[in-house]
Design a protein around this ligand. Sequence first.
Ligand SMILES: [Zn+2]
Length: 416
Amino acid sequence: MLISVESHEAQKGRQRLRALVDFYLGVHSAPEIAGQEVNTAAEFARALRETGLDVTEHVGGHGVVGVLANGPGPIVLIRAELDALPLAERTGLSYASGIPGVMHACGHDLHLAAALGSAQELAWSPETWGGTLVVVGQPAEERLTGAEAMLADGLFTRFPTPAVALAQHVAPLPVGVIAHGSALTLASAQVRVDLEGESAHAALAPWSTNMVATIGQVSSLWQEVAARYGALATMTAVTAGSAANVEAQTAELLGSARARSLTVVDDVIDSTRASLASLSSARATLTVTGAAEAVAVDPELAADLLSEHARIFGPTRVWSRYATNAADDFSALGRELRSGKRVRLGYWMFGAVDHDVWRAAGERTGAADAPAIPGNHSDLFAPQLNSIATAVVALTSAARSQLAARTLRPMEGSTS
Ligand SMILES: [Zn+2]
């Protein structure tokens, strides 16, 4: 009879992963939208403090910064986001959101668990590395305002200024896959259009503002202008009117535009504003509420991280030319410092789709990226829990590769 004895190390690893999954489940079931991440921030801060980091809260809103200083060496920042989306979860999972109309549909809860896991791995093995780890819990990513708010509140001046900043994002890819690329995100701006016309009896429609028709016009205009610039834009939310026989006097539209760079996005916005000025049915005001440049990964760093991930996960699990239309204000951290040096950004995506689901979707649609799978921002988005392990390893190995390497001194009396 074969007796399998799990090593002490393996047992400890399993317990740590179980605790991280519990942390994830807690965050997932109690999501908070951008700007309201009070409890999520407090939980993340508490967990980092328990791990031994020096933690500061309320940085740029609900931002959390944890510092783990471990002697001389490079300063490496890892970042995860705190906010969820105003979306009602329909996954039916036992741990689904308990907050009506709010859902972690973008995987920020996974990112937080992975950042915590990496902080723990490094905090619990101080003899293997040197330098300083800065762990950031960033608020309001979904509004593309949180990173700028943290920088304005001294992220790079009140805390150790990093040479390298790292972040990762879950994507509709099979569990275990890590995807690198130079165009992982696009630049994006979020806008609000306020319309103001005349309220009137619906019977006067031919002579008054037809607000709903105007909303349609504005929405089409936004898309058409973007298409002229090779950009992608949609209006995604609208508030107007309250009765079947009263013309609404005001309306509010929310939407976004995305393109390769913010210069193109700005062109789309300027051109749309010019067209809106000649609308005859209502006065229109377009306001930019948040914006982020595309994440510009440092090419040398990206090559280093790609080879590190390929070494750890094996080359078939690491994709090198992935691209998406998503945006992430992590880009703001790649700024030039007063010293003239630039913070080098590293960024990659990891999969969380069950392999059978992935295969079935691929066969159904015949598409390589299986768009039939409910992805980020879908109310059916349900990442696999075992993606947390991959995300922890991906982030820890990336951070470790940029910190100072220290080899263990052989023990006294050791013979090999
Ligand atoms: Zn998102």
